[in-house]
Design a protein. Structure first.
Length: 369
């Protein structure tokens, strides 16, 4: 990108922010959300859980260390568009393979820079989650408002089918012996979830959304992983029914993010849309079983309701978010089944939550012993 071109951001409530075009020229829309992480933007942008969202980065500088071929959670940029304060067209890291600008242009991703992101985030925090639209090809506010009115609300929106695999595939350990067989139900899985399993000796077979329990069990899995993903979990009745069948087998089950929500719904719990979601790498969690705190990476706009858990005698709350006391983890009291709302596979500075994968492995050991 050479000459600066204007761009515009219009929110669902009519608020307008003007800025400079970054990435490809065009128009992008979706639910607007903000991420508080100061590093790891490439992993964030390629996280399938962000599919369909316009993302505001609260840190001031984005793009300054370019992109690297290994720092991805999927094969493409998943966000609909980017909103940032300062955007770097160049990069200074010797191991970088290209600029973020080049990546966005190559994948036709639209963005806007030179936005007062502090004012924008304060507005979102005050007004709640809403849809928005970015454009660098159409600067007419009324026209963009008309387009914005046609964008579906995230409530009731199923998005996993947009990002999940359509074919079964296997990933085997490279450094250790394959001791465990884990069936992973793909709702939009991040690469590092698979990596955390294979590092611990798991042969992971990844299954698409339309897989049946009989098809999955031809693999003879020792346990099941329910992955992360985008969208409203309540809009996935087939997946909810499948997970209910999976749980009934009394084998180890570990759910993360959307997988956690689908697990809850399969057991009669309820989910709700948050006023503002949790997105960033610095979210504090308390493990109620150990009374220890964890600094975690999070990316979700829905949560399991506390009231629905209180009505269930067979489910216990294992983790809570210390900022707002929302449910961050559950476990079934009589089965080796547990889940968390956050991302233990991510590197939120420390690896405070990686023990959850070891907990899952311990359950697998008990199953095959």
């Amino acid at each position: 990108m050479t000459d600066s071109q204007p761009a515009i951001l219009v929110l669902q409530d009519g608020t307008v922010f003007k800025g400079t075009s970054i990435g490809a020229k065009g128009t992008a829309s979706g639910e607007i959300a903000f991420n508080t992480g100061m590093t790891g933007y490439q992993e964030v942008f390629t996280d399938p859980s962000y599919f369909g969202q316009l993302l505001v980065m609260t840190t001031a500088h984005i793009g300054n260390y370019g992109v690297h071929e290994t720092e991805v959670e999927s094969e493409q940029v998943m966000i609909s568009g980017l909103i940032t304060k300062k955007f770097s067209n160049g990069y200074s890291r010797p191991s970088g393979i290209s600029s973020l600008q080049h990546l966005f242009e190559a994948q036709n991703k639209v963005g806007i820079a030179d936005v007062d992101t502090r004012a924008l985030v304060r507005h979102i925090r005050s007004k709640g989650a809403m849809n928005a639209i970015i454009s660098s090809e159409n600067l007419d506010v009324d026209s963009l408002k008309a387009q914005l009115a046609t964008i579906p609300d995230m409530n009731g929106l199923e998005l996993s089918s947009k990002v999940a695999t359509t074919e079964v595939f296997d990933v085997l350990p490279e450094q250790v012996e394959a001791k465990y067989r884990v069936a992973l139900l793909d709702f939009g899985v991040k690469k590092n979830i698979i990596r955390c399993l294979t590092e611990r000796g798991c042969h992971v077979r990844v299954f698409p959304l339309n897989a049946t329990l009989d098809e999955i069990n031809t693999f003879k899995p020792h346990g099941y992983m329910l992955s992360n993903g985008p969208g409203d979990p309540s809009a996935m009745p087939n997946s909810i029914a499948l997970v209910k069948e999976v749980v009934s087998q009394n084998r180890p089950v570990f759910g993360i993010c959307l997988g956690h929500q689908i697990l809850g719904l399969s057991q009669g719990l309820k989910t709700e849309k948050m006023f503002n979601g949790h997105r960033g790498i610095n979210h504090p969690i308390k493990n109620l079983l150990t009374s220890k705190g964890e600094i975690t990476s999070q990316n979700h706009g829905f949560v399991i309701t506390r009231e629905s858990i209180d009505a269930q005698s067979e489910i216990e709350i294992t983790h809570v978010h210390l900022n707002d006391n929302t449910i961050a983890g559950i476990a079934l009291k009589s089965k080796p089944v547990f889940s968390v709302q956050y991302h233990p596979e991510a590197s939120a500075g420390p690896h405070d939550a990686r023990y959850l994968f070891d907990q899952f492995i311990n359950q697998l050991n008990q199953t095959i012993s």
